[in-house]
Design a protein around this ligand. Structure first.
Ligand code: ZN
Length: 302
């Protein structure tokens, strides 16, 4: 019983208690917590032709686009590792071949968009193109390069074959896609633009970036990414200048995929994916949410 403890025992107990407290305080920095990603949910969806030479071959939550050309194809994103078999099934169901995919591009290096890169690379042998700042994340399977820190569930790394910079292009079989550096959500986040021929009509396609702020990420005074607020601001400015008739992004929920798909199936008079107003609203809404978060964090820091 503690009441009967003599002086020497009490001193020993206090020393142990102090040592334990110091250990507890030190542990978090000795073993930093690994970042948790959202649970992986993968459900088949489509596949279907969106417009022109662009097809949806992703899972329901994570978009993957096949952009076809007479000389082979370009693939945007690969989803989770678990999405890769869906991509294969979708591409083949549409009558195309995986081995004809020559180039793999991406939006940003989070597991739900590039987690399937290593598997799709094995299936296709395609050239992997990525931004300079997101390439280390892809090449390490999220063990490094993510400003949020290493992830708790890393995926198979994939070697990046070509680094693409702001304004540079990827071309194949008469199709050209331009990369736009739009950081914030990740350091090397990219948006892509191209022009398609829709029955004689030229349309600007923009694959918008993910521009939400991830759960737990601070936009004010973030020591892990000190310029994050300026990154977001410059990204919003740039996105407003991109011509956007056909509005796409890495997640279908950003642009009403399911509802637009249903309208397309019902033979809508105009292709519902032509949505310049939706494109503008996507950027404006994200900017408003960002500004509110920035203001809230600023106020809380006063
Ligand atoms: Zn993301």
């Amino acid at each position: 019983m503690l009441d009967n403890t003599n002086g020497a025992d009490r001193t020993r107990l206090l020393t142990w208690a102090r040592a334990l407290a110091i250990l507890c305080l030190c542990l978090p920095s000795a073993f930093p917590a690994l970042g948790q990603d959202a649970p992986r949910v993968v459900e088949a969806f489509g596949p279907f032709k969106i417009i022109g030479n662009i097809y949806y071959v992703g899972d329901k939550g994570n978009a993957v686009y096949l952009i076809t050309t007479p000389e082979g194809h370009i693939l945007f994103d690969t989803g989770y590792p678990e999405t890769a078999p869906i991509v294969r099934q979708s591409v083949e169901k549409l009558g195309f071949q995986m081995r004809d995919i020559k180039i793999m591009i991406n939006g940003h290096a989070h597991v739900d968009h590039v987690g399937g890169h290593a598997l799709v690379k094995e299936m296709t042998g395609a050239t992997i193109v990525a931004s300079e700042l997101d390439a280390p994340v892809i090449e390490s399977g999220a063990r490094r390069g993510d400003f949020r820190g290493p992830r708790a569930n890393p995926w198979s790394p994939a070697k990046v074959d070509r680094i693409i910079r702001d304004g540079e292009t990827v071309s194949l079989g008469g199709v050209t896609l331009t990369a736009h550096h739009t950081p914030g959500h990740t350091l090397g986040n990219l948006s892509w633009t191209t022009i398609i021929d829709d029955g004689g009509r030229r349309l600007n396609v923009t694959i918008m970036p993910s521009i939400g702020v991830n759960e737990g990420v601070r936009v004010f005074n973030n020591p892990a990414n000190p310029t994050i607020a300026e990154q977001y601001r410059s990204t919003f400015r740039k996105l407003k200048t991109l011509p956007c008739d056909v509005f796409l992004s890495p997640h279908g929920r950003h642009y009403g995929l399911e509802e637009k798909y249903a309208r397309l199936q019902a033979a809508a008079a105009q292709n519902p994916f032509i949505d310049p107003a939706g494109c503008r609203k996507y950027v404006e809404d994200a900017e408003a949410r960002f500004m509110k978060q920035l203001e809230d964090e600023r106020r809380a820091a006063r």
